[in-house]
Design a protein around this ligand. Sequence first.
Ligand code: ADP
Ligand code: NI
Length: 219
Amino acid sequence: MTQQSELIKQAEHFVKEVLSGEASGHDWWHIERVRNTALEIARKEQADVVVCELAALLHDVADEKLNDSKEAGLEKVRIWLRGHTAESGLIDHVMEIISTMSYNGGRNPPMKTLEGQVVQDADRLDALGAIGIARTFAYSGAKGRIIHDPELSHEVLAQEDYRSNNKSAIYHFYEKLLKLKDLMNTSYARELAEQRHAFMELFLQQFYSEWTMRDQRAS
Ligand code: ADP
Ligand code: NI
């Protein structure tokens, strides 16, 4: 086994251990999907597959929700990498990707390297489509939020702190999910994002028509 595939295997063990029992959309299977998607995009875009796979595996270990702070989380990952590889270029590249790829309301600067763009696209694709919808309701439920409140307009919601507990799961589509397709970095991810976006639009259309009983056919 090459040193790099051994490193990937060890990273997988590390991540599984850190994320075990996570139920807010950050479970191991999210990481596995992001890793597989990142590898697929990396091959199409001719990006470095080892950097992409390692960054995809480690991308949520440093998440604020799982650590005292983002800095503490990043330090944990850096220490782990230093203990498992001597390739400082690889460590720096992976750290650079995972410290800058989060959504942050779309305010973060663009990813600097192709590998960073690939992993960010893969993570964002997992927030879209049927899986994105499932993750949104799982996350919202874990936070004790309601599904939808038709009396709260988007304008009112937009004025509040984005962490506000009044925001429904449906609101998350407008504050983030429907914006993601235009933020994809690579052309292959953009194609996938368009399909997943169309599915979410269809879901919302059906959701509102059931809500208002407009799906009832006259009999
Ligand atoms: P990731 O970077 O892995 O997408 P996040 O922590 O941003 O992780 O989100 C985890 C999942 O929960 C994603 O599918 C995301 O869209 C969803 N999510 C994040 N914030 C909210 C929210 N306020 N309401 C509903 N779902 C959310
Ligand atoms: Ni993620």
